[in-house]
Design a protein around this ligand. Structure first.
Ligand code: AMP
Length: 305
């Protein structure tokens, strides 16, 4: 049986543990999450285990990154199952603070997010990235590991965190790990559990749109407007609203006219009341590997292709 993950609720206790690892010469990694864990999260634990001697996760549904009309109160909370999955994956410790531990009375600082936060999610979810960078910088202070691991699934978020860590000289590596998908292509997400079986089927149109985009590029279509139009055509048949479907610069997320070497296709769409996002790195060089992984049982490493 797997060793149970050490559950820590207290900020000082978490800091002491990570600093003790450091003093012992052990390299450590951090995987921040909001819980409701699935194989995508667990792939980050595996990635951290590959690069580090000790791995810590965090579970905190951060209220400050949700808008007033978003799903904070109904966000799935499945702590017992999460702890079992973390133990099984070989995670050493998990920090599970309550709201008071993170935002005690008198808390008043927030971090201005970098410019890569402004387009796309920055437009659709005002204030979201301010909440994200502030809580992530706090978690980096609470668990000052050598490296941290984020999913490509939330690509803009990962780029925002990389830019924040670089701009503010945070002494921690920030790794972006492949998106884990269901066998039919749907990107794993805690929010997939909101979908009815009929909506779950329609949600596949996000993956189909991204695949279509990749195919069009492979067939020689380099104009981003045409690639975006092809994605929209695919999405219209499945989703109830398209928030964006674009092909942009993979570093700045700013518009480009042509895909010259690499670009990223990003989609946000609503199926019923559920908002889903997905993305795919595009390359004109067929030798560049994708950033996707197919789901495997949580005890195994996802295969990367
Ligand atoms: P969340 O709990 O949604 O805040 O996600 C925590 C971390 O898991 C973030 O870095 C996400 O990008 C990552 N993540 C979520 N879904 C996936 C997935 N399907 N594949 C890989 N990483 C993921």
């Amino acid at each position: 049986m797997a060793t149970p993950v050490q559950v820590i609720h207290n900020v000082r206790e978490m800091q002491s543990l990570v600093l003790a690892w450091r003093r012992a010469g052990l390299r450590s990694g951090l995987v921040p999450t909001m819980g409701a864990l699935h194989a995508g999260h667990i792939s980050l634990i595996h990635a951290a285990r590959e690069k580090c001697d000790r791995v810590a996760a965090t579970i905190f549904v951060n209220p400050t990154q949700f808008g007033p009309k978003e799903d904070f109160s109904k966000y799935p909370r499945t702590l017992d199952a999460d702890l079992a999955m973390l133990s099984e994956a070989g995670c050493d410790a998990v920090f599970v603070p309550d709201r008071e531990a993170m935002y005690p009375s008198g808390f008043s600082t927030s971090v201005e997010p970098p410019s890569v936060s402004q387009p796309l999610e920055g437009v659709c979810r005002p204030g979201h990235f301010r909440g994200v960078v502030t809580v992530v910088l706090k978690l980096f202070g609470i668990a000052p590991t050598d490296a941290s691991f984020f999913g490509h699934k939330d690509y803009q978020q990962a780029r925002v965190i990389q830019a924040m860590a670089s701009d503010l000289n945070v002494p921690m590596e920030v790794h972006i790990c492949p998106t884990v998908r269901e066998p039919d292509g749907l990107a794993m997400s805690s929010r997939n559990r909101y979908l009815s079986p009929e909506e779950r089927q329609r949600a596949l149109s996000l993956w189909r749109a991204l695949e279509r985009c990749r195919l069009q590029l492979a067939c020689g279509e380099h104009r981003t407007a045409e690639l975006a139009a092809a994605m929209e055509k695919e999405l219209i048949s499945g989703v109830d609203a398209i928030e964006y479907a674009v092909v942009v610069d993979p570093v700045t997320l700013q518009p480009i006219e042509l895909v010259e070497q690499q670009a990223i296709a990003l989609i946000a769409a609503k199926i019923g009341t559920t908002r889903l996002i997905d993305n795919l790195l595009l390359s004109t060089d067929p030798r560049v590997t994708t950033t996707d992984a197919t789901a495997k049982p949580t005890s195994g490493n996802p295969s990367q292709h």
